[in-house]
Design a protein around this ligand. Structure first.
Ligand code: SAM
Length: 257
C-alpha cells in the first residue's frame, strides 16, 4: 500500500489531536443535520439526560444543548478535546448543563438506563457500529433514543479504488439497509435514516481543514510524519470528490424497545 493510502489509524494520536483540536468539527456533519436528527428523537424535558459519545471538541454537542432542555455529558478519549469542549461550553454559558469527561466508549462510566437520548456523530466506528449499538443499549431508558452517524455505502457495488480504501480504513462499512437491519437486531425500532448532504463534508469538514493544514505544516516544519498525515488527509478529500456517489455519512435513529 502506498503511503498516501495509509489509514488514519496508522498515525500518532498526538499528531491527530493537535491537528483536529483547531477545528470546530472532527468529522462530517452540520448544525442543520444535528437538528434534523434531533427532530426524530421524541420529547425531552428539564430533567432529561443526554450523552454524546466521541464528542470531540463538542461542535454538535453545543448545537444540541442550545436546542434541548436537560443536561448533556460528552465523552471523548482525548483529554485535550475534552478541555476544549468544556471551554466551548463555558464560552456559550452552557457549563451548568453541559459537561465533558474523558472516557472510552468501550468502558463507559454510566448507569443502567441513565439516558433519554444517546448521541454519537462520526464516532461509533471506533468501537464498530454493531458493537456500539449493542453495548450502549443498556444505558438508554426503554422508549429512549439513540442517534448515530456512520459512513455507509450508497450502492451494492463500487469501484475497486474506493472499495479497497474503506475496507482497509473501516471493514464494517456496509449498505444502508444492512445497517438498519443491524440496528433492529440490536433491539431498537429503526425510526429514521437519512443521508447527510454533501456540504457536511465539503463546507463543514474539508473546507475548514485547508487553512488548518497550512498552519499545521508550518508548526510541524520538517516532521515527516506530519507531512505524511496531511498528504493522507488531502488524499481522502480527493477520494470523496471522485467517489461521493458511492458513499457518505448516514444518520441512523432508533428507539430502544
Ligand atoms: N463527534 C465529533 C464530531 O462529529 O465532530 C467527533 C468525531 S471524530 C471523527 C471521532 C471522535 O471519537 C474523536 O473525537 C475521537 O477522539 C473519539 N474517540 C476515538 N476513540 C474513542 C474511544 N475509544 N472512546 C471515546 N472517544 C473516542
Amino acid at each position: 500500500m502506498s503511503d498516501e493510502n495509509k489509514s488514519i489509524h496508522a498515525f500518532d494520536f498526538n499528531l491527530i489531536c493537535e491537528y483536529f483540536l483547531t477545528l470546530e468539527r472532527q468529522g462530517p456533519g452540520s448544525p442543520e443535520v444535528t437538528l434534523k436528527a434531533l427532530g426524530f428523537t421524541g420529547t425531552l424535558t428539564n430533567t432529561s439526560r443526554i450523552a454524546d459519545i466521541g464528542c470531540g471538541t463538542g461542535g454538535q454537542t453545543m448545537v444540541l444543548a442550545q436546542h434541548t432542555p436537560g443536561s448533556i455529558t460528552g465523552v471523548d478519549l482525548f483529554p485535550s478535546f475534552i478541555d476544549q469542549f468544556n471551554l466551548n461550553a463555558e464560552k456559550l454559558n452552557l457549563q451548568k448543563r453541559v459537561k465533558g469527561i474523558v472516557g472510552s466508549m468501550d468502558n463507559l462510566p454510566f448507569r443502567k438506563e441513565e439516558f433519554d437520548l444517546l448521541w454519537s456523530e462520526g464516532a461509533i466506528y471506533n468501537i464498530g457500529f454493531e458493537r456500539g449499538l449493542n453495548e450502549w443499549r443498556k444505558f438508554i431508558k426503554t422508549g429512549g433514543y439513540i442517534a448515530v452517524s456512520e459512513v455507509s455505502w450508497f450502492t451494492g457495488e463500487r469501484p475497486a479504488e474506493i472499495h479497497n480504501f474503506w475496507e482497509d480504513a473501516y471493514p464494517e462499512i456496509d449498505t444502508i439497509p444492512n445497517k438498519v437491519a443491524q440496528m433492529q437486531k440490536a433491539g431498537y425500532i429503526p425510526v429514521a435514516t437519512f443521508v447527510l448532504p454533501e456540504n457536511c463534508w465539503t463546507e463543514h469538514f474539508y473546507a475548514p481543514q485547508e487553512a488548518a493544514q497550512e498552519l499545521f505544516l508550518k508548526r510541524q516544519a520538517g516532521n515527516k510524519n506530519a507531512e505524511e498525515f496531511i498528504a493522507n488527509q488531502r488524499h481522502e478529500t480527493r477520494l470523496y470528490q471522485k467517489y461521493k456517489a458511492y458513499y457518505g455519512y448516514v444518520f441512523y435513529i432508533g428507539m430502544k424497545m
